[in-house]
Design a protein around this ligand. Structure first.
Ligand code: SAM
Length: 381
């Protein structure tokens, strides 16, 4: 057995080395291209490789479409290139270039009568301000990834994303000013509907009395919960400057009477009491030590036997593909704090903080939000 364990990796390594030598050999590539089956495989692989090399161009074409409101314009119906050039404010050749790029990416479709309409992917973005806002804010991430090696070595000047998300590196996050929290709070409010429906489908809140949303931003999750669970009372906790925004927002939405708001720092101030607590897109912002401080604070705020929900993308979620290990991992690196965690890593933190009976529920929509439902273990604090 020990012999097998020792020799298997060496044997596997040797086989893979032969494969790698073949695949990187120009003569082999030329000969394989002559065989029908190998040609199919080679073509698919060449395409994958090219897409990897060119991915940043595709993202920037997408950004141009969003910045110019192309998808919203096409919601009015298919239009000719001159009409679109006019509405986009582009010279005709530039509009033709953008449209043909967008067609190749299935963002836009060619229609009869030399017109363009929404493609399947453009249609998913059109009228969805949350997705458009996520794409727009990627301009910061894109700037930080300009020199990925410097970013990995920690030699990058302060990153744009660390300025965009100022709370985790702040000595006193509760002292952040309104203009510092405004950009990320707007983005979170716009994109929260993408998450809220998924979380509430996965955990419909039945049997609870009082829901606390910790780091709940401008209150979008609680407003969505209030629409589904009229029996519940609600409390929102976030930094004071964010709570000011939430207060104004809830007043406009006529929800101030249903949702109580409390400002503070969740690492220092006690959290309001509740029998169910939500942490939506919160734990991934923080390293393990701080995540544990927060989870323990949530446990103290929960009634005996209360429930904690953690909703966020998990690295090994079914169907997540490169999203966790590539996108979120590098996003958090550029942000300068936080960790993209696997389900097991989160479960481990929950157990250390005094939670048990942990259940996993997998999301399937765009943001790949998964939910862990955990019960407060033990009695008293
Ligand atoms: C990534 S956002 C998530 C917002 C919201 N839960 C959502 O999913 O849309 C993180 C939230 O945590 C809040 N936050 C960060 N650090 C905090 C702290 N120390 N105390 C209280 N709130 C904090 C931020 O202000 C922000 O609203």
């Amino acid at each position: 057995m020990e012999f097998l364990e020792r020799s298997l990796p060496t044997w596997l390594d040797r086989c893979i080395a032969v494969r790698d030598r073949l695949l990187s050999n120009a003569t082999f590539q030329r000969r394989a291209a002559g065989l029908p089956l190998a040609r199919l495989v080679a073509r698919r692989r060449a395409r994958e490789l090219f897409d990897l090399c060119a991915g940043f161009v595709y993202s920037q074409i997408l950004l141009a479409c969003v910045e110019l409101d192309l998808f919203d314009i096409l919601l009015d119906g298919p239009q000719t290139t001159p009409a679109l050039a006019d509405r986009l404010g582009l010279p005709l050749p530039a509009a033709e270039r953008l449209l043909s790029g967008a067609v190749s990416l299935r963002l836009v479709d060619k229609r009869a009568g030399a017109r363009y309409g929404l493609g399947v992917l453009g249609a998913a973005i059109a009228g969805n301000p949350g997705v458009a806002a996520m794409i727009r804010h990627h301009a910061h991430f894109y700037a930080d990834l300009g020199d990925p090696v410097a970013l990995l070595k920690g030699e990058h000047a302060p990153t744009e994303l660390s300025g965009y998300w100022p709370y985790a590196n702040a000595e006193q996050p509760a002292s952040l000013q309104p203009e510092q929290v405004a950009p990320y709070s707007r983005l979170m409010a716009l994109s929260q509907p993408l998450v809220a429906d998924e979380v509430l489908d996965l955990y419909p809140l039945s049997g609870h009395r009082r829901l606390l949303d910790v780091g709940g931003g401008e209150g979008n999750f609680l407003m969505a919960a209030a629409a589904r669970a009229p029996q519940l009372s609600f409390v929102l906790f976030d930094l004071p400057a964010v709570i000011e925004r939430a207060r104004a927002r809830l007043a406009v939405e006529g929800m101030s009477h249903r949702i109580e708001v409390v400002g503070g720092d969740f690492f220092r101030d006690p959290l309001p009491r509740a029998d169910v607590i939500a942490l939506n897109r919160i734990i991934l912002d923080h390293e393990d030590k701080k995540a544990l401080v927060l989870l323990r604070a949530a446990r103290r705020a929960l009634e005996d036997g209360g429930t904690l929900l953690i909703a966020e993308p998990m690295r090994d979620a079914p169907g997540a593909g490169a999203m966790g290990a590539a996108y979120f991992n590098f996003y958090l690196l550029a942000m300068g704090h936080g960790r993209s965690r696997s389900r097991a890593e989160l479960e481990n933190l929950l157990q250390q903080a005094g939670f048990g009976d942990i259940q996993f529920r997998s999301g399937r929509r765009l943001m790949q939000t998964c939910v862990l439902v955990a019960k407060r273990r033990g009695i008293g604090t």
